[in-house]
Unconditional design. Structure first.
Length: 276
C-alpha cells in the first residue's frame, strides 16, 4: 500500500468480516477523512504516494475494522441529513431510517420541538438547522449530551440540550412536536445483530427488556398528553414488530390522526399521532 490506488484493494484483502460493498465504502470514507478526497478526487490522485504516517493511519483503521469497531467510531464522525456529526461509543450511530423521520417532521409547521433520547443530537440539530423553530432535547446520558452540544456548535445551531430521565422528567414547557427514537431492540434480538453493533454501540440507547418492550413509548406518550400544545404531534421511530401494539396504546390514550409509515426498506418504522 504505497499509492492511493492501492488503498481499496488493501482494505478488500484485509477485511473479511464485512460485505465487500461495505468495505469499499469504508475505504472511501477513510480516504476522505485522511486526505479530504472525494471519489472523483481519488481518480485524479490515484498515483499519489502515501507517507508513512498515511500508511500507519490506514493500517490502524483496517485493524480496528477487523475488530468489528464501527467505521463511524473509528473516524469519530458520520453524516446525517447532509450534516457532519461527531460520534463515539456513548452515542448511537445515526441511521438512514431516522433521516426519514426528520424529513417527515419537516413537512409540518411548528414553532417548538422536543427530542427525547437525543443521543448525538442528530434529530434535534438537523431540525434546528432547517427551521427557525425553538428546539430542545434531552438524554439520560451525560456523555451523549456532551457530544450533542459539540455537534450543535459544529453545525452552528442553537439547541437547548439537557440531561434528564424521561421517567423522572418534571417539565412544565409545552411543545408543538415531540419526537423520540427510543431504545426498541429487544434483548432477545441481540443475536440477530452484527457484532459491530452489539459489541460497540451503547446498550442503553439500543435495547429494551422483552418483558416490557413498550416501556419508553408508553411513558413518552403519557408525557406528550400533558406537554404537547393543542393539535400538537407526537412522532416515534419504532420496532416494526410492535407497530400494532403501539397504535393500540396511542388509541387507548385518545391520540388521534394516528399514521404508520414505512421506511426505505418497506418496514413499518414511523408512527405519527396527534392530540385534539
Amino acid at each position: 500500500m504505497n499509492i492511493l490506488s492501492n488503498i481499496i484493494p488493501s482494505f478488500l484483502n484485509s477485511i473479511t468480516n464485512f460485505p465487500r460493498r461495505e468495505v469499499i465504502s469504508f475505504a472511501y470514507l477513510s480516504i476522505e477523512k485522511i486526505f479530504g478526497f472525494s471519489k472523483s478526487d481519488c481518480i485524479v490522485n490515484s498515483k499519489k504516494v502515501l507517507t508513512n504516517e498515511n500508511i500507519n493511519q490506514l493500517n490502524k483503521i483496517i485493524g480496528d475494522l477487523k475488530k468489528n469497531i464501527p467505521i463511524q467510531y473509528i473516524l469519530g464522525e458520520t453524516t446525517f441529513c447532509g450534516l457532519k456529526f461527531n460520534v463515539n461509543n456513548s452515542t448511537l450511530i445515526p441511521r438512514n431510517e431516522t433521516e426519514e423521520l426528520v424529513n417527515l417532521i419537516l413537512n409540518y409547521k411548528f414553532n417548538s420541538l422536543l427530542d427525547i433520547g437525543t443521543g448525538s443530537g442528530c434529530i434535534a440539530i438537523s431540525i434546528a438547522k432547517k427551521t427557525a423553530s425553538s428546539v430542545s432535547a434531552i438524554d439520560i446520558s451525560h456523555q451523549a449530551i456532551s457530544i450533542a452540544k459539540k455537534n450543535a456548535i459544529i453545525n452552528n445551531v442553537s439547541v437547548d440540550f439537557r440531561v434528564a430521565d424521561i421517567f423522572n422528567f418534571d417539565d412544565k414547557r409545552k411543545y408543538d412536536i415531540i419526537v423520540s427514537n427510543p431504545p426498541y431492540v429487544c434483548e432477545s434480538d441481540k443475536q440477530n445483530l452484527h457484532k459491530n453493533v452489539v459489541d460497540h454501540e451503547p446498550h442503553l440507547a439500543l435495547f429494551v427488556k422483552d418483558s416490557n418492550p413498550l416501556i419508553f413509548y408508553k411513558r413518552i406518550a403519557q408525557y406528550a398528553l400533558t406537554n404537547l400544545n393543542k393539535k400538537g404531534h407526537l412522532f416515534f421511530e419504532i420496532n416494526e414488530k410492535y407497530s400494532n401494539q403501539i397504535i393500540e396504546m396511542l388509541t387507548d390514550l385518545n391520540f388521534v390522526e394516528i399514521e404508520l409509515k414505512k421506511d426505505i426498506n418497506d418496514r413499518n418504522r414511523i408512527i405519527k399521532s396527534s392530540i385534539k
